[in-house]
Design a protein around this ligand. Structure first.
Ligand code: DQA
Length: 147
């Protein structure tokens, strides 16, 4: 069973991009940590990043049968994308929303998420650790759904 970990625009720049806000870890480092944690939990991960809204939507639509859940940091699209939320609704897989930064402590335009109403839960402000927490939460809810 696979958990898809989708990352939106500008997250390819992690490590160099506003490190005071987003930390010094790169997406590759985060992906490696996710892979290791997922394996320990009995899952595989597919970690992807795109700067293009349509590509993220294509990936959501094209999830193969082995994908059981989606962990999504939609980055800036969190606050703008009805289409991304619609795609998640269409596939109906469990979603956990992740943000590195505490979006609620930042500009008010970051306080609203189009993804949150579709998500089983939201993790924000805990840096890259949030991805690992999301994996643990996803594994737990998938195991519970399976039982
Ligand atoms: C982010 C928060 C968003 O508001 C921002 O646009 C990002 C990253 C985060 O992980 O903290 O690009 O999703």
């Amino acid at each position: 069973a696979t958990i898809l970990i989708l990352n939106g625009p500008n997250l390819n720049l992690l490590g160099r991009r506003e490190p005071a806000v987003y930390g010094r870890e790169t997406l590759d480092t985060i992906a490696a940590a996710c892979r290791e944690r997922a394996e320990a939990l009995g899952y595989a991960v597919d970690v992807r990043q795109s700067n293009h809204e349509g590509e993220l939507i294509d990936w959501i639509q094209q999830t193969h049968a082995d994908v059981r859940g989606i962990i999504l940091n939609a980055a800036g699209y969190t606050h703008t994308s009805v289409a991304l939320a619609d795609a998640l609704r269409a596939v109906g897989l469990p979603v956990i929303e992740v943000h590195l930064s505490n979006v609620f402590a930042r500009e008010s335009f970051r306080h609203h998420s189009f993804i949150a109403p579709v998500a089983r839960g939201v993790i924000a402000g805990l840096g890259s650790h949030g991805y690992l927490l999301a994996l643990e939460a996803m594994a737990r809810l998938l195991d519970a759904d399976r039982a």
